[in-house]
Design a protein around this ligand. Structure first.
Ligand code: F6P
Length: 540
């Protein structure tokens, strides 16, 4: 099999780039004044405008050829069918099964996974109803008022992002806190002011072996026992979300209070599994199911729409174009909705843990770049922080602008100001301001170089009607499938995360050395010194 960079479709793209590299977005728009009406996709109630990307119809055609040559359609079908496409871990990749409608059969190893999914959804629903109605009582007979989710990575970022994103839909009579960091301050601050008899801990961990989560969970249990709870009360105040029943029991949580999921759900793809228990508690089972329907709508669009009109596919192709041909190495995510403030952080794990790989599925070192750095902040806050670099820095950063036509809180004149700012950023990035325009605007000559905006900086804009559980599901699935598309084009495994292992193993060794008062066991001289300085002297 040919290497990616030896393939005919890749080589055509290299040649095509040469013909396009000196053509600006200004020129492209003046050559075709209707470009902004053509390089768009309107599907699943999302308006996706990629006309401000540095592409032409020909670029898209050639990228689609590359996708075909890389077998994108076959890989999509293999994923949805439950084939073991996560080859290094020999697992199916079936987050799409988490939102399949009840009654639709999908067999994996002879088990109907849809039935399993709906069994867990039903038990989550019963549990959430009991908590939300106050039927479930804490040890003093009072209902639960505080939910503390303890988890990290995919067992935290999805839940906290969804809680923030859907806060508008919560009743506000329960508090939700999220603890992830091994830094004790995270837990201490989360517990501040909480009464243990009104607090429910959700210990969320796919493996139930993660150092951070288990350490926080044990400290939470100690806090609970120290502040009035008894061992017998733990069952009323600690529940688990995990795939590892044995470890949950070993920790002391009643398996009756465990909500399961499966090894075919990757941590960063799990916010719509039982890992979303806190989301369901916050917005209620019906809104959670509405979110699942949003995910499903995007799944169907991705699976069934020709590539030319397929939003996640085109986004993925643009990411490859920007990364490998324009040599742009980061991607800013800029939601113009304050409820989406944790969305960039959520996408960091989804994108970078998935596509931060440098060997192909066959284990060969790649000779092209893979996953870009994803990062961002909500608008307009980012404008008063890092947008200077986006507009005039030497590094070109493709941007995704995400906006909603109708605000959730219609406070005149905020929404118009917010949307005007978002639209203006894309316009300024694409078209900039020439020296001549600056002169005509009366800028004094000494300041002219500082007031010129080069423009030609690519961005995409996404417009949705309103932020709802349904649209949130669609947005998340849209990025999941974009990540998949990128991974297929790069020929990498987007579903393992072996790169996080080495640091974990070394940390375990250093932990035992710190506990042994700095009895350092042969690291390099820098690491040895750092360990010695950190380890506390023995107190007499
Ligand atoms: O950081 C590695 C990782 O395995 C992530 O992929 C995962 O989301 C996170 O740790 C937490 O894992 P777990 O849910 O098993 O505690």
């Amino acid at each position: 099999m040919h290497k990616l960079t030896d393939k005919a479709s890749w080589k055509s793209l290299v040649n095509h780039y040469r013909s396009l590299e000196n053509i600006s977005l200004r020129e492209l728009f003046s050559e075709d004044p209707d470009r902004g009406k053509k390089l768009i996709i309107r599907a699943t109630d999302i308006y996706f405008d990629y006309s401000k990307q540095r592409v032409t119809d020909e670029t898209i055609k050639l990228l689609i050829n590359l996708a075909r040559e890389q077998g994108l359609k076959e890989r999509m079908e293999a994923m949805f069918a439950g084939d073991r496409i996560n080859t290094t871990e020999n697992r199916s990749v079936l987050h799409t099964a988490l939102r399949m409608p009840e009654g639709k059969e999908l067999l994996v190893d002879g088990i109907n996974v849809t039935e399993e999914v709906h069994r867990v959804l039903a038990s989550m629903t019963t549990f959430c109803d009991r908590i939300r109605t106050g039927e479930w009582k804490g040890f003093s007979g009072k209902p639960v008022r505080n939910i503390v989710n303890i988890g990290i990575g995919g067992s935290d970022l999805g839940p906290v992002m969804a809680y923030e994103a859907l806060k508008y839909y919560t009743s506000g009579d329960m508090t939700f806190r999220f603890v992830s960091n091994i830094d004790g301050s995270d837990l201490v601050e989360a517990l501040r002011g909480l009464n243990p008899d009104e607090t429910l801990f959700i210990i969320s961990s796919k493996t139930f072996t993660t150092l951070e989560t288990l350490t926080n969970a044990k400290s939470a249990r100690r806090w609970f026992l120290k502040n009035g709870g008894s061992k017998a009360d733990v069952a009323k105040h600690f529940v688990a979300v995990s795939t590892n029943r044995e470890k949950v029991i070993e920790f002391g949580i009643d398996p009756e209070n465990m909500f399961g999921f499966w090894d075919w759900v990757g941590g960063r793809y799990s916010m719509d599994s039982a890992i979303g228990l806190s989301t369901m508690l916050a917005v209620g089972p019906e809104a959670f199911r509405e979110m699942l329907r949003g995910f499903r709508e995007m799944d169907e669009h991705f699976l069934n729409t020709p590539f030319e009109q397929n939003i996640p596919v085109i986004m993925g192709l643009l990411a490859v174009w920007n990364t490998n041909f324009l040599n742009l190495r980061t991607q800013a995510i800029l939601p113009y909705d304050n409820y989406l403030k944790r969305f960039p952080a959520y996408l960091q794990q989804l994108t970078m843990e998935s596509n931060g790989k440098s060997v192909t599925l066959e284990g060969h070192r790649v000779d092209y770049h893979t996953g870009p750095v994803y990062w961002g902040e909500p608008g307009t806050n980012g404008q008063h922080s890092f947008y200077q670099l986006i507009h005039q820095g030497t590094m070109i950063i493709p941007c995704d602008f995400i906006g909603f036509i109708s605000p959730l809180n219609d406070l005149e004149p905020h929404h118009d100001y917010l949307m005007a700012n978002m639209i203006a950023q894309g316009e300024a990035l694409a078209f900039g301001k020439t020296r001549k325009e600056a002169e005509e605007a009366g800028i004094e000559s000494r300041l002219l170089p500082h007031k010129v905006f080069e423009g030609n900086r690519p961005s995409s804009t996404f417009l949705l009607e309103k932020l709802t559980p349904h649209t949130l599901g669609k947005l998340v699935a849209m990025y999941e499938h974009t990540v998949f598309t990128q991974g297929v084009l790069w020929g990498i495994n987007s579903f393992d995360q072996m790169g996080v292992e080495l640091g974990k193993v070394l940390a375990e060794k250093i932990i035992s050395e710190l506990e042994d008062q700095g009895n350092v066991m042969g690291h390099d001289s820098s690491t040895n010194e750092l360990i010695k300085i950190i380890s506390r002297p023995v107190t007499p």
